[in-house]
Ligand binder design. Structure first.
Ligand SMILES: [Zn+2]
Ligand SMILES: [Zn+2]
Length: 367
């Protein structure tokens, strides 16, 4: 393997060089090795290429930072490194630029998944959907759910090692742990794929394959608090996936779907409903009973109530998820039911009523 050539050395600048230092150094070298100045000189051409590539990385703060931290940089790694599943991923990585079909294989084997092979990683958050009745959403619900998740491996206590085994030197790297590979103009510092850079051979637990966790269905008791509605997201801390190699577990989020109620409708913490009343109740006023989530409540209908008018019952709504002591209100819309009168006596009374109240309700329309 060729010795790795440091980009700072190629540009002949120190590690702490400022942006303008780097620019100056590049200009100076470029003037010396530019192919136009050295026609036909292959080594100058090669040198100029390296200088350009080094400048491309070191002149970009993000690329430079990556290079400083990892000892190499190549296009695609910055976009790839923020994928959550791996510390590192090469999806979307343009291997063709590196000019070797074998590269993906070699590099993949040597580096992908390797940076944190023996390091604990936090577990993922999980989501679980649950459907519940309107009444349960108001009162809260204690229920058991079965969640497919990763749990710490019981065989190895989550450390991924074959119980009772001893560490030996890694056979792949002979205990060195690190190496470098060269492809074309690029050199990469890599950790050994076998030992992840530790140089040790660790016998893996057979139950979990060295992950320290296994997938299985977990039966969990969950307490859905009073007041959830469709789309509420309840967090259960530490009930998500177990971490890798003893890393902290993720959280479980339970998403609630509330089956619609035939009478009550939720709007935030308020509850809406519609209640029919008679003409006499609307005209004369009345005290009527209406359903609430606590049972029956008395609603006073004032004389002269119009159809469609809405009344509020304070604190008869749903409990607040944010503040358990707070509650929403209930809004009752009344609808006046018009009777179908067939008998002469009723008609007579209504005609008489009309005579006594000759006002025109459409008066406003013509103004
Ligand atoms: Zn295990
Ligand atoms: Zn090794």
């Amino acid at each position: 393997m060729a010795a790795r050539e440091d980009l700072y050395i190629i540009l002949d600048v120190g590690r702490t060089a400022s942006e303008s230092d780097i620019k100056k150094a590049f200009r100076k070298l470029a003037r010396r090795f530019h192919p136009d100045i050295n026609p036909g000189d292959r080594s100058a051409e090669e040198r100029f290429k390296r200088i350009s590539e080094a400048y491309e990385v070191l002149s970009d703060p993000l690329k430079r930072q990556f290079y400083d931290e990892n000892g190499f940089y190549t296009d695609g790694v910055l976009a790839a490194q923020h994928r959550p599943e791996w510390g590192f991923s090469f999806e979307g990585f343009d291997f063709s630029r590196l000019g070797s079909a074998g590269f993906g294989e070699a590099f993949g084997q040597l580096f992908v998944r390797q940076p944190s092979r023996r390091e604990p990683e936090p577990g993922q958050d999980l989501e679980y959907q649950i459907s519940l009745s309107f009444n349960d959403s108001i009162r809260g619900l204690s229920t058991g759910i079965s969640v497919l998740c990763r749990t710490p491996c019981a065989k190895c206590n989550g450390n991924g090692r074959l119980p009772g085994s001893r560490d030996a030197a890694c056979q792949r790297c002979g205990g060195v742990g690190k190496g470098s590979i060269t492809k074309g103009l690029l050199q990469f510092a890599v950790n050994c794929s076998e030992c992840g850079g530790s140089g040790k051979h660790i016998a893996k637990c057979q139950d979990c394959g060295g992950e320290g966790r296994v997938s299985q269905n977990e039966l969990l008791d969950v307490q859905i608090p009073p007041g959830v509605s469709t789309g509420s997201r309840i967090r259960f801390q530490g009930k998500g996936d177990a971490g890798r190699l003893g890393g902290p577990p993720g959280d479980l989020y339970v998403l609630t779907n509330v089956v619609p109620h035939p009478f009550f409708k939720r709007a935030g913490d308020n509850i809406h409903c519609t209640v029919p009343i008679t003409i006499a109740e609307a005209v004369l006023g009345a005290k009527i009973e209406v359903p609430t989530i606590d049972g029956r409540a008395v609603l006073r209908i004032p004389p002269g109530t119009q159809s469609g008018q809405t009344f509020r019952l304070r604190e008869k709504g749903a409990p607040s998820l944010i503040d358990p002591r707070a509650r929403g209100d209930q809004y009752v819309e009344v609808q006046v039911v018009i009777p179908r009168v067939g008998d002469e006596r009723s008609k007579e009374i209504l005609r008489e009523l009309a005579k006594l109240n000759p006002g025109d309700p459409r008066q406003e329309i013509w103004k």
